[in-house]
Design a protein around this ligand. Sequence first.
Ligand code: ZN
Ligand code: ZN
Length: 378
Amino acid sequence: MKFLITLFSFFITTLLTAQTMQVGIFYNQQITSYTVSVQAGRYILECDGDKYGEYKSDNIFYINLQDGKIEIRDKNNQIGSFKKIALNNADKNCVFAIRGISPSTQTIEYDDAVIFEVADNKLKVINHVDLEKYIAGVIEAEGGYQAPIEYYKAQAVLIRTYTIKNIYKHAEEGFNLCDNVHCQAFHGRSQRNPEIYTATSLTAGQVLIDKDSILVMSPFHSSCGGQTSNAGMYWQSDLPYLQGVIDPFCNGLHNYTWEKQIPISDWYSFLRSMGIKQPENYTSYTARTRQKFYINNSPQVTFRQIREKYGLKSSFFSISKNETQIIFSGKGYGHGIGMCQIGAMEMARVGYTYVDIIHFYFQQVDMTDYREMELHRY
Ligand SMILES: [Zn+2]
Ligand SMILES: [Zn+2]
């Protein structure tokens, strides 16, 4: 019951402050001590709910998990041991830097507030961050930092759509999303290209909905290799707004083609393990269009299974052999569904807008502001 109440109050808080995200950072890293330093703005330190003091830049905290409690000291004093420590931002533009000490990590800068909590004798770190600043951070981690602004705007809309659609993904752990690819990669604040944050601001609130006004799945990948994939070719089933398109924009650019070789004996034993009786019949294939099945009798073998078995860059490839090796000659990098990032960058470079880019890769979608949506349509 207590758990349900916690969960319920989390939902209510999240709804009321939907423009602030709670992101589990250093998720799954099992770090037991950190240093945190104030980089910009004023912070209020709260220990177990009580205000301890105000800090400006040039302050550093040492935080350590000890006997199920969080020990904290600043550069002058031992502050104490607590269950929960919050460094709340008192100004609009506050930045802190954090570094794992045990085990050691790089120093990473984040915007806004940070909370430390103990759960199951582990130290949990949650970044409370403005939603648009979070989106800029994800764009930088997932989308590169040297691209035209219209590409960043398209990327912002897709990442925001995912964020709102999955806002309760980690609710049981007391935050919204984690910082690794289980949700979306988020490696701190965006700081390598100011256009990224400009792009999120200019599209603030915008998300993609389908014809029933429900938030869509909004995937993207590095390169489609000339054609994107129907959702059902790679996932369980098709979606009306995720149908493959012929993409001339990524042609010949980064990640367009790849090749990988494996020993023939390896290939045969893989096919046998999949139930194929005569694997020597399967050494030649020409990929003209994307397909779901490489072998579509019973048993079946999908291109995705082959990709995952051999760590291939994509599931869009031809097969040939020489004396000793099977040769996979492929196109594209990633699952191929939704927006092709390399193609989208090229579209932006030659003058298309982010709205053009989105409608090129997604069918029958509209844009709306999530702050005006009914919640059940998330
Ligand atoms: Zn996650
Ligand atoms: Zn492409």
